[in-house]
Write a protein that binds this ligand. Structure first.
Ligand code: OGA
Ligand code: NI
Length: 312
């Protein structure tokens, strides 16, 4: 618990345990390229094409007019920010370094890592039902707000999967059932103001390991994405979700949809809180290149694995 950034006064200079090797630090400058913005309220043909084009070209895009209300998004941001402002005593019981705990609070300096981040991980089954009783009971509205947020957010993800399926010539419900039937895992990422963002990162370069991710980016920038071999800053449009594909979608489509590397940089002036919602396959489902994506000229590029074992 003493590792948690949000439970102690912030240091005035960056402690050694956060300092990355020189070749892992963020470069002094990076380009801002806007991610495609897809308006989901447009005609279905247009949206289907836009989602597939953006997915294939960049693997990262933003969606607006997605149907999750501004109020629901703001309440989610606010309750998550409020959670990290709670006194340390309210958070101690949630802290755990056990990777397999479904609901827990952890920090970016465990397992020998050096990242400027605290994270609250929550697992949501569908329907949410009793699983929400395992979530923190403070702030008082947290469970209700998360449930209200996660239901329609999962709906947006499922709609994107339907659009992608149609765009790729599959039946619209291709990704329904086991392929998307696991938990929705939430990471509430909290990046406090950092004494020296040039020496550390909030999150290391990584690809998400799930099926598809929707990110509520928060009001402060920090996400960077690899584009044509360079790191670009993402400057989200208001009220958008940032969408990217996880490794499982890359594997199922035999590489047609790619899971793109991304990371989060720290910021010296402002605290940032982002919320990633990860749609997961059912733990016991076997994930490999689907026959629709494999042919004599395009042999399987990935080995099938049980999702739960892949994650371990
Ligand atoms: C993640 C993630 C990015 C961000 O949680 O997997 O990539 O901007 N977050 O916080
Ligand atoms: Ni990620």
């Amino acid at each position: 618990m003493e590792n948690m950034l949000s439970s102690a006064p912030l240091p005035s200079s960056l402690p050694d345990r956060f300092i990355l090797l020189p070749d892992q630090r963020p470069p002094a400058s990076s380009v801002a390229v806007s991610l495609p913005v897809i308006d989901l309220s447009r005609g279905r043909d247009e949206v289907r094409r836009a989602v597939l084009d953006a997915g294939r070209e960049l693997g990262f895009f933003q969606v607006i007019n997605h149907g999750v209300s501004q109020q629901t998004m703001r309440e989610m941001e606010e309750v998550c920010e409020e959670f990290f402002r709670l006194p340390a005593a309210d958070k101690t019981a949630l802290y755990s370094e056990d990777r397999f705990k479904r609901n827990r609070l952890f920090s970016g300096t465990i397992y020998g890592d050096r990242y400027w981040r605290d994270c609250l991980r929550l697992a949501c089954a569908f329907p949410v039902g009793d699983t929400k009783n395992d979530w923190p009971d403070k702030p008082q509205s947290l469970r209700e707000v998360i449930e209200k947020f996660i239901m329609p957010t999962r709906g947006v993800a499922m709609e994107l999967l339907r659009l992608l399926s149609e765009g790729m010539g599959l039946r619209p419900d291709y990704f329904e059932g086991d392929l998307s039937g696991g938990d929705v895992v939430i990471h509430v990422n909290h990046y406090p103001p950092c004494p020296d963002p040039s020496l550390t990162l909030g999150l290391p370069p990584h690809c998400d390991r799930n099926l598809i991710t929707l990110l509520l980016p928060g009001t402060v920038n920090g996400l960077q994405v690899v584009y044509k071999g360079e790191w670009i800053n993402v400057d989200p449009v208001p009220n958008s979700f940032i969408v990217n594909f996880g490794r499982q979608l890359e594997i199922i489509t035999n590489g047609m949809l790619k899971s793109i590397e991304h990371r989060a940089v720290a910021n010296s002036a402002l605290a940032r809180t982002s919320v990633a919602a990860f749609i997961m396959p059912a733990a016991d489902s076997l994930i490999g290149p689907a026959e629709e994506f494999v042919s004599k000229d395009n042999p399987p590029r990935y080995r099938p694995a049980i999702f739960g074992e892949f994650i371990r």
